[in-house]
Design a binder for this molecule. Structure first.
Ligand code: ADP
Ligand code: ZN
Length: 617
């Protein structure tokens, strides 16, 4: 049945509400859609969660009934399934063709496509460009081609896929069909490369704001990572999220340990067999596992909008990857945490891998990237500056701070640390300026380890004068002194400490040292708790929260019956509004964000029944 929709008669916002349930366009969506409808090529750069898909989906729906189909190219099967499920839940005629369906089924879908039964078809690049795909395309009336994750075409990007290269031929095949390229990876070089490779014609270039205001960026010093992670998870018993680790073994190990502490966790990495990997990913997406402990192999196929945290317990190798990985949090626009656990020793661990690269130039590039990552981790002002700066954006933090990084949310007051600085510098002097920082700090903290005693450093007057404070504090202080030229490290592999003239002045008591360092944590003290409760759970009253939990249960039940992830039924935003508004009529229900015509018909009755049972608060 074709809908009686008259594109000219209905405004874009009203089409948006009816088909997708959204109240308003997000930045750049409307421009992208208008350009697409006008037949122009579009290059859309929006961060993850920015709402890129809508920009080709709504035009596809608007063309509904004209017998023309929008072809969407997507790199991963899981992504395609998810998109098609989401569209179908909204009553939109979408399908996919990839290696996961039988050839009989594919044949049927192709015939239906030719009969104009679909508005959108998702395809993998190799299928599209292969002989069967080509035959199909020749006979199809193609309205638009959309290329998702377009950065996969560029070797400069972090996710190059050779099969994407073939897409360069699309322009020749479809000289008159508008192409839309979409990506969240936006280094200027990759962007230029995409436009060139796809032969985009005078494209409408739309570049979004890469600052994700709902993501709370934070760096925590690493003490006992597992306990720190566990404490976080226990504080937020309903939050679901991803923990990135550096190795396959660690992913498995962490998931196992979390399970031992009754946290539903799964692991995900490239070394698993296909089935386990798919099952684990499925469990996470469908809300059966709260936590996914993963290597960077995990992520691109993940469209889950309600990821409430992304933690990194190992130092990522570059900021670009870090931005992409943390970007998987909070796609639904609700607050989410991005936490990096950092200890200065992490640099060496990554360096070990970099040193094994045979190619000199590659090694140098990797070191440069690593140093940018470390600069981010150590940054004492707004973290958005190094993070967004990486994408060629000069980010100027507003005078009151960005409001969503740890440094801006609780700036550390400057305080006088002269006495501590003198202790540290005299330990450097007493060890004859012949040792690296780790040794100097061991001496300061009174270690009786062999390297200390063997050299008689346990006999020095400075031995143990800094034992009240954790290693972390001394490292941070040393870092501050290094940045201010009051302490230096040799350039060679030994990184030996030595005093500078400015450092000598401190040592002699001629200069004061002020730094925005945290109050020194006692050696093995408990981790400081954050005062802020989970913002995602904030601002609902106890009654609303209770109803919200019930609505979530119902959503989970419906999702299981239908074999789809819960968010396909309704997103958290919709449920939160439902818990507050308690709609009891269809007119009220359709007002909820995320409720369009199809979902109204499908789900309103069951949810309203539950709301009625729950009664008045
Ligand atoms: P991207 O592909 O850019 O990462 P998606 O297309 O997956 O982003 O959209 C992210 C989330 O935002 C989805 O849950 C989607 O339903 C939602 N969304 C998209 N556009 C809007 C809008 N205009 N209003 C409200 N939510 C939207
Ligand atoms: Zn900030």
């Amino acid at each position: 049945m074709t809908s009686a929709l008259q594109p000219a008669a209905e405004s874009l916002p009203s089409l948006l509400k009816r088909h997708f349930g959204h109240e308003d366009f997000r930045p750049l969506q409307e421009q992208a859609i208008r350009a697409a409808l006008a037949g122009r090529d579009v290059f859309l750069l929006l961060p993850t969660g920015g709402g890129k898909s809508l920009c080709y989906q709504l035009p596809a729906v608007i063309r509904n009934g004209q017998g023309a189909v929008t072809v969407v190219i997507s790199p991963l099967i899981a992504l395609m399934h998810n998109q098609v499920d989401l569209l179908q839940a909204n009553g939109i005629r979408a399908t996919l063709l990839n290696s996961s369906i039988t050839s009989r089924e594919a044949g049927q879908r192709e015939r239906d496509l030719l009969r104009g039964c679909y508005d959108l078809v998702y395809m993998a690049p190799e299928r599209l460009m292969g002989p069967a795909g080509q035959r199909l395309l020749q006979r199809l009336n193609v309205a638009q081609v959309a290329i998702d994750e377009a950065h996969c075409i560029s070797e400069w990007g972090h996710d190059f896929r050779p099969e994407y290269r073939m897409l360069g031929g699309l322009r020749v095949m479809f000289p008159d069909v508008p192409i839309m390229a979409l990506t969240a990876t936006a280094t200027p070089r990759v962007a230029r490369d995409i436009v060139e490779q796809l032969h985009l014609r005078d494209p409408e270039l739309l570049r979004g704001d890469f600052e994700r205001k709902n993501l709370h960026y934070e760096v925590r010093p690493k003490h006992r990572t597992f306990e720190q992670v566990l404490a976080y998870l226990r504080q937020r018993p309903t939050a679901e999220g991803i923990i990135y680790v550096a190795s396959r073994a660690k992913a498995e190990d962490l998931a196992e340990r979390l399970r031992q502490h009754e946290i539903a966790a799964v692991a995900y990495h490239a070394g698993m067999d296909h089935q386990t990997r798919t099952e684990n990913q499925h469990a996470f997406i469908h809300g059966q596992a709260r936590v996914c402990c993963a290597t960077i192999a995990f992520g691109m196929g993940i469209d889950k909008p309600d990821v409430r945290f992304v933690m990194h317990v190992d130092l990522p190798r570059h900021l670009e990857g870090y931005y992409q990985e943390t970007g998987r949090a909070g796609r639904d626009g609700l607050p989410a945490d991005c936490i990096l656990f950092f200890s200065p020793g992490d640099r060496q661990r990554v360096m070990y891998f970099i040193d094994q690269k045979p190619d000199e130039a590659e090694r140098e590039r990797a070191i440069k990237q690593l140093d940018q990552m470390i600069r981010y981790a150590r940054h004492s002002h707004c973290r958005m500056v190094p993070l967004l700066g990486y994408f060629g954006e000069t980010f100027v933090s507003p005078s009151g701070g960005c409001g969503h990084c740890d440094n801006c949310r609780s700036p550390r007051p400057m305080r006088d640390v002269t006495e501590d600085a003198r202790k540290l510098l005299s330990a450097v002097a007493r060890t004859q300026q012949r040792f690296g920082l780790p040794h100097v700090i061991r001496v300061l903290r009174g270690s009786m380890a062999e390297p200390v005693t063997q050299r008689g450093h346990d006999q020095l007057s400075v031995h143990g004068i800094g034992k009240a404070y954790a290693t972390e504090y001394w490292r941070a202080l040393a870092q501050h002194l290094i940045e201010h030229d009051q302490l230096a490290l040799t350039d060679d592999e030994f990184r030996t400490t030595f005093l500078t003239p400015a450092g000598l002045a401190v040592l002699k008591g001629q200069t004061k040292v002020e730094a925005g360092l945290p109050q020194p944590a006692p050696s093995a003290g408990p981790e400081k708790r954050r005062k802020r409760s989970s913002a995602a759970a904030a601002d609902l009253t106890a009654d609303q929260q209770e109803l919200f939990e019930k609505l979530r249960q119902l959503r989970l039940q419906i999702a299981r019956q239908q074999g789809v992830p819960p968010y396909i039924v309704f997103g958290d935003t919709t449920l939160r509004h439902m818990a507050v508004i308690r709609p009891t009529s269809l007119d009220d229900f359709i007002q909820l964000p995320g409720v369009g015509q199809a979902k109204l018909e499908r789900y309103a009755a069951r949810f309203m029944e539950l709301i009625q049972q729950a009664g008045e608060p």
